[in-house]
Design a protein. Structure first.
Length: 303
């Protein structure tokens, strides 16, 4: 297989442009970190690790095109008591490299299984946003024994199909990466109570550089899980959704009703938040996640 064909970058110069923007944004990361790569059959997965290694592990998977830098609003709080791994998804915008695409639910679960085995974590907390939420739920359905608790921030698909407007708003900037199209897409994602000023300037620059420099090669669209799959999920789950969420084809109440099929689920509706809820209402999200994790401790990792 020609690995050049699986690069997310539009050109060699585009790679340099993206990397510079990523590094600038990372230079403003609010806590100390380690940047590292882990080898899997799907490529070399980049991650940002933060916190005390003796603390319970918390794995974060970003939303599509958002990169791990999306967690800058949350990492200071979450890394106080957890060893946090922010994972760049191979084939999506980020520092990971791609050898073969995550072209199916099975492949996506296998990638994450290989990753956590290489990390030798034992039990861990897993949390994802949007596409990262779908990937997190997908892994937990396939390999529930590895996941101690599951956090879902407005997971793409999962409980309901994506709305048609999602494709109308989010696909044009991939094809025509003009700054105004990128801004329009991310403004659409947010509640009318919020705007792009909530995003750090370096992160907004990274978003622009990402769309201008990269083409996503995930090879997988988020699917809806069956009632049987959800009803058999044995893992404590936190599902958070903004009251002004826009990505689902169905109403928030319908989506929450589907999520309630999970036996041990906590459902939270976030006021004045849209799809970028971890940024739009970061304090509430930070507290919800910390409370949830605290209610489901990994005792064996504590020292």
């Amino acid at each position: 297989m020609d690995t050049k064909d699986l690069s997310i970058f539009r050109s060699v110069s585009a790679r340099a442009h993206f990397t510079a923007a990523y590094d600038r944004a990372l230079s403003e990361w609010p806590v100390s970190y380690e940047s590292c790569f882990v080898t899997t059959d799907f490529g070399s997965t980049h991650m940002i690790k933060c916190g005390n290694k003796a603390n319970p592990p918390l794995l974060l998977i970003h939303g599509m095109t958002a990169t791990s830098l999306m967690w800058s609003a949350n990492i200071a709080e979450w890394s106080k008591n957890y060893y946090v791994h922010c994972i760049d998804v191979p084939g999506d915008f980020g520092r990971s490299t791609l050898l073969k695409p995550l072209s199916s639910k099975e492949a996506a679960a296998q990638w994450l299984l290989e990753l956590v085995r290489e990390l030798q974590l034992g039990a861990f907390h897993l949390l994802g946003h949007s596409m990262g939420g779908f990937l997190s739920l997908n892994f937990t359905v396939a390999h529930p024994s590895h996941v101690h608790s599951l956090g879902l921030l407005a997971p793409a698909g999962s409980f309901a199909p994506l709305s048609r407007m999602f494709y109308v708003k989010m696909f044009p900037p991939v094809m025509f990466p003009k700054p105004w199209l990128i801004d329009r897409a991310f403004t659409w994602c947010m509640s009318k109570h919020n705007n792009l000023s909530l995003l750090p300037e370096s992160y907004k620059s990274l978003l622009t550089a990402s769309y201008q420099s990269c083409v996503p090669r995930l090879g997988l669209l988020p699917a809806v899980f069956t009632e049987e799959e959800l009803s058999q999920l044995p893992v404590p789950t936190l599902f958070m959704v903004g009251e002004d969420e826009v990505i689902y084809r169905h109403s928030i109440k319908t989506v929450q009703a589907k999520a309630s099929i999970i036996p041990d689920v906590t459902i939270a509706t976030i006021p004045k938040a849209g799809h970028l809820l971890s940024v739009e209402q970061k304090q509430q999200i930070n507290e919800l996640v910390i409370d949830f994790l605290g209610n489901h401790p990994i005792e064996s990792n504590k020292h």
